[in-house]
Design a protein around this ligand. Structure first.
Ligand code: 2NL
Length: 342
């Protein structure tokens, strides 16, 4: 036991005094003292020579010694960590570690494509708040006080202040543009919109819209048709066919819904087009004179067209996604399928 104590003391002195010049010497220190054939292991082996009644004390001493050596080692090692003075062992010509790149969300991919097509036609992007007031969301858009869309069942009202609500369409953004700019106006408004629906494969409490607005002199229904025809050709290819059906929106007159020939069955008839060969993709129309007048725009001088589409709907047709819930569940098995798409 006495012998062991003396050994430990002399090693301690030796170790205390040791210094290193570079990382290799640190490693040599580790091998000499802490390696599998190192001194600490060897000296631990001497426990078996210690008489039983002294084993406990000797064990404690040896443990302290081990911690002492380890602490010294950490101290020596730290001198060469984050220290560029000895970078000679680093091979900078080696390729770097691959960075895991995420994937763009399918709705972002499709929204970006929609927006870039309209940008090429001279539309500017406009954005606005998700929380709106009744005027910008409904009133200015010619929705009468008793319109069902204003209903508590359809719209999320803000509890603290029920005159605020979550916008139900991005028309509210166009309302703010008309408030602040004079014609000619040509804007595209992408954004999230909210409706109080029971969540299912076909409905969700929020979705994404792109609305467009063009106000100027002599803007006609022919301009609307050609603009939207150009858009679907760019989006889905030159072979696409379109048809317009009369419809009704309070903010446009006349109003029309646009269908495209079904991409899935190419018009033959399938589940997606409900065997009609056509699928609806957007709503549109000539801006109602009352909407223009709400913003002091002279409806005798100016006319305009507007349209709105759901990004989820376009994505469903482009990528065959058949359940709306997939878009917001963050399941990477779904999201990673869009790797490489831009
Ligand atoms: C749809 C239909 C539509 C509009 C949106 C609009 C905006 C202004 C004035 C007039 Cl500022 N209209 N937007 C017009 C027609 C249809 O959306 O089904 N959206 C998903």
């Amino acid at each position: 036991m006495q012998e062991l104590l003396e050994k430990i003391d002399s090693y301690k002195q030796e170790i205390e005094a040791s210094s290193v010049l570079n990382a290799e010497e640190v490693e040599a220190f580790r091998i000499k003292y802490l390696g599998t054939k190192g001194l600490v292991k060897a000296i631990m082996g001497e426990m078996k020579n210690v008489p039983n009644e002294q084993k406990k004390q000797a064990g404690q001493l040896l443990n302290e010694f081990k911690v002492f050596v380890e602490t010294k080692f950490e101290g020596l090692k730290a001198q060469f960590e984050n220290n560029d003075s000895d970078a000679s062992h680093i091979d900078f010509s080696l390729p770097g570690d691959a960075v895991a790149v995420g994937t763009r969300h399918p709705l972002s991919i499709v929204r970006n494509r929609i927006v870039s097509i309209f940008k090429r036609l001279g539309f500017a992007i406009a954005e606005g708040p998700d929380i709106e007031d009744d005027w910008h969301n409904f009133g200015a858009m010619n929705l009468p006080e008793d319109h069902p869309a204003r209903d508590m069942q359809d719209t999320f009202y803000i509890n603290q202040n029920p005159s605020w609500l979550l916008r139900t369409h991005t028309s509210s953004v166009q309302a703010r543009v008309m408030e602040n700019q004079k014609p000619p106006i040509r804007v595209i408004c992408p954004g999230r919109v909210y409706r109080n629906e029971t969540i299912s494969a076909r409905a969700h409490c929020f979705f994404h819209q792109v609305e467009g607005l063009y106000i100027g002199e002599n803007v006609s229904f022919a301009d609307l048709k050609q603009t939207l025809y150009f858009f679907v050709q760019e989006m889905f290819g030159k072979d696409i066919k379109v048809r317009f059906r009369p419809s009704y929106f309070p903010f446009t007159e006349p109003s029309a819904e646009m269908d495209i020939s079904c991409l899935i069955c190419e018009g033959e008839g399938c589940n997606v087009c409900k065997h009609t060969g056509w699928v609806e993709i957007l709503g549109s129309g000539m801006v109602h004179p009352k909407v223009l007048e709400n913003f002091g725009i002279d409806s005798n001088k100016y006319t305009g067209f507007a349209f709105g589409m759901g990004v989820e709907r376009i994505t469903q047709l482009k990528y065959r996604v058949n359940d709306l819930r997939l878009y917001s569940q963050n399941d990477i098995r779904f999201l990673q399928q869009f790797t490489g798409a831009v």
